[in-house]
Design a protein around this ligand. Structure first.
Ligand SMILES: *[C@@H]1O[C@H](CO)[C@@H](O)[C@H](O)[C@H]1NC(C)=O
Ligand SMILES: *[C@@H]1O[C@H](CO)[C@@H](O)[C@H](O)[C@H]1NC(C)=O
Ligand SMILES: *[C@@H]1O[C@H](CO)[C@@H](O)[C@H](O)[C@H]1NC(C)=O
Ligand SMILES: *[C@@H]1O[C@H](CO)[C@@H](O)[C@H](O)[C@H]1NC(C)=O
Ligand SMILES: *[C@@H]1O[C@H](CO)[C@@H](O)[C@H](O)[C@H]1NC(C)=O
Ligand SMILES: *[C@@H]1O[C@H](CO)[C@@H](O)[C@H](O)[C@H]1NC(C)=O
Ligand SMILES: *[C@@H]1O[C@H](CO)[C@@H](O)[C@H](O)[C@H]1NC(C)=O
Length: 364
C-alpha cells in the first residue's frame, strides 16, 4: 500500500544514489515512491478496465485478462471528441497562460480530443475522487522544470474541476514550492522548481533564463530537503540537461535538434516513430539505473511516455501562448521562429501522462 515512504536521508548514500539515477530522468516521468504492482493490484486494474469496457462504447478491449502483461505505453492515438477533453481550458482556475492555447488564439482545437489507446488493454478512466482518496493525508510532489510544471498544472486541472466548492481547494506559493491542496482530503499536489534537480544557478523560480548554466552535480540536498517526506515524487528533467550549452564539470553539451511544430494540426500516425530528440542510449541508462535502485529497495516506476508523446507534434503551444516580451516585426513575419515546441497545450498531452500516473497510483 501507499504507506511505505521513500527513504532519503540528507547526506546519505541514498541521495548520491538517486543523483546517479537523475542523469537519466530523461525518458519521461519517473515516479519514485511506493509504487509497484502487486498481483492484487493488477487484478484491480483489470477489473477497472473491464468495467470501463462494458460501460463505454469506444472500447476496443477484447483481451482484458492480460492487462497485467499489458504495455500501457505501446499503442496509438485515437480521435475521441466524446470523452475528451477531460476538462475545459477556461474552467480550470489554475490554468497557466503559457499553456492556454485556445485563450491565446489557437483555432484548431482537435489537439484536445485525442485518447491514448494501448494495444492490448484500456487505460482506466481518470477518476479524481478515487485519486484523492489515494492521496488522503499525503503529498504528491512533482519536481523539475517547466515541463514537469506543465504536467503538474494538468494534474491540478484534472483534480480541481471535480471540486466545485472553492472553499475546499487552495493554491499557495512558498519560494520554489507551489502547493495545491484539496482540504476535504488533506491531500497536496505540489510542484517544486528544480530544473536540474541538483543545485544550479537556474534555481530561482522566476529569474532562471541565464546564458550559461552551471550545476553542482553532487548537490541535491539543497532541494531534496523540501520533498524527502513526500509520498510520491515525480521527476522529469531531461530537457534542461540537453538544451542549450551547459557547463557540467567543464563539459559542453550540445543543443538538440529542434523540430518545429508551427502549423501542425494532426499527430503522427506512423507507428514506431521516433523523433530526433529521443536518445535510446539514454533510455537504456535510465532503465539500468532504475533496476539498480530497485535492487537497493527503492520503489521506482518509470512512465515511459517518450514515444507516445513524440507522435503528438501538433500538441505544442507553438505561437498560441503568452509571450514574455512584445514580438518584433521581424518575429511576426516568421512565426515559426518563435514557436514554443517544448511545452504542451492544456487540455492535451500531459493529461494522458497523468492518466497513466493515475493508473499506477489507484492500483497501489
Ligand atoms: C518505451 O516504450 C516504447 C514504445 O512501446 C518502446 O519502444 C521502448 O523500448 C520503451 N523504452 C523503455 C526504456 O522501456
Ligand atoms: C466530433 O467530431 C465529429 C467528426 O469530426 C463531428 O462530426 C462531431 O460534430 C464532433 N462532435 C463534437 C461534440 O464536437
Ligand atoms: C480484438 O478483436 C478484433 C476483431 O474482433 C481483432 O482484429 C483484434 O486482433 C483483437 N485484439 C486483440 C488485442 O485481441
Ligand atoms: C470514482 O471513484 C469513486 C471512489 O473510488 C467511486 O465511488 C466512483 O464510483 C468512481 N466513479 C466512476 C465514474 O467510476
Ligand atoms: C495532512 O497531510 C500531511 C501530509 O501532507 C500529514 O503530514 C498530516 O499528518 C495530515 N494531517 C492529518 C490530520 O492527518
Ligand atoms: C515556507 O517554507 C519554509 C521552509 O522552506 C518554512 O520554514 C516556512 O514556514 C514556509 N512559510 C510558509 C508561510 O508556509
Ligand atoms: C502555415 O499555414 C498557413 C495556412 O495553412 C500557410 O499559409 C502558411 O504558409 C504555413 N506556414 C508555414 C511556415 O508552414
Amino acid at each position: 500500500m501507499l504507506a511505505k515512504k521513500l527513504q532519503v536521508a540528507p547526506n546519505s548514500w541514498a541521495i548520491r544514489l538517486s543523483f546517479q539515477s537523475l542523469i537519466g530522468l530523461l525518458v519521461a516521468v519517473l515516479v519514485i515512491g511506493a509504487i509497484y504492482l502487486t498481483e492484487e493490484s493488477k487484478q484491480f486494474l483489470e477489473e477497472e478496465a473491464e468495467d470501463q469496457a462494458s460501460s463505454t462504447p469506444h472500447q476496443t478491449n477484447n483481451d482484458s485478462s492480460s492487462i497485467s502483461q499489458c504495455d500501457l505505453f505501446s499503442g496509438k492515438w485515437v480521435f475521441d471528441n466524446k470523452s475528451y477533453p477531460l476538462y475545459k481550458e477556461q474552467s480550470c482556475r489554475f490554468m497557466s497562460d503559457q499553456l492556454a492555447c485556445q485563450k491565446f488564439g489557437r483555432e484548431d482545437l482537435m489537439y484536445q480530443n485525442w485518447r491514448w489507446q494501448p494495444h492490448r488493454c484500456d487505460l482506466p478512466r481518470f477518476n479524481a475522487t478515487a485519486l484523492l482518496e489515494r492521496l488522503r493525508n499525503k503529498r504528491l510532489v512533482f519536481v523539475g522544470d517547466s515541463l514537469n510544471r506543465n504536467q503538474w498544472v494538468s494534474m491540478v486541472c484534472l483534480v480541481e474541476t471535480s471540486i466545485p466548492d472553492p472553499m475546499l481547494k487552495s493554491m499557495h506559493t512558498n519560494g520554489s514550492l507551489i502547493t495545491f491542496k484539496a482540504s476535504e482530503y488533506n491531500a497536496s499536489i505540489e510542484f517544486y522548481w528544480a530544473p536540474l534537480l541538483v543545485e544550479s544557478n537556474s534555481d530561482d523560480p522566476v529569474i532562471h533564463r541565464l546564458p550559461d548554466r552551471i550545476v553542482r552535480a553532487q548537490a541535491i540536498e539543497k532541494h531534496a530537503r523540501h520533498w524527502t517526506d513526500a509520498d510520491i515524487l515525480v521527476f522529469n528533467s531531461y530537457l534542461w540537461w540537453r538544451r542549450d550549452k551547459m557547463k557540467i564539470l567543464g563539459e559542453e553539451w550540445g543543443r538538440s535538434a529542434d523540430q518545429n511544430c508551427y502549423n501542425e494540426t494532426e499527430p503522427i500516425n506512423e507507428e514506431g516513430y521516433w523523433g530526433s530528440g529521443s536518445d535510446p542510449k539514454m533510455m537504456r541508462i535510465v532503465e539500468e539505473t532504475i533496476n539498480g535502485l530497485e535492487r537497493r529497495g527503492l520503489k521506482v516506476q518509470m512512465l515511459n511516455i517518450t514515444q507516445l508523446t513524440e507522435y503528438r507534434k501538433e500538441g505544442h503551444p507553438s505561437i498560441y501562448r503568452k509571450q514574455w516580451d512584445p514580438l518584433t516585426e521581424e518575429q511576426l513575419a516568421r512565426p515559426e521562429g518563435y514557436a514554443d515546441c517544448i511545452h504542451w497545450c492544456l487540455p492535451g498531452v500531459p493529461d494522458v501522462w497523468n492518466e497513466l500516473l493515475h493508473a499506477y497510483i489507484v492500483s497501489i
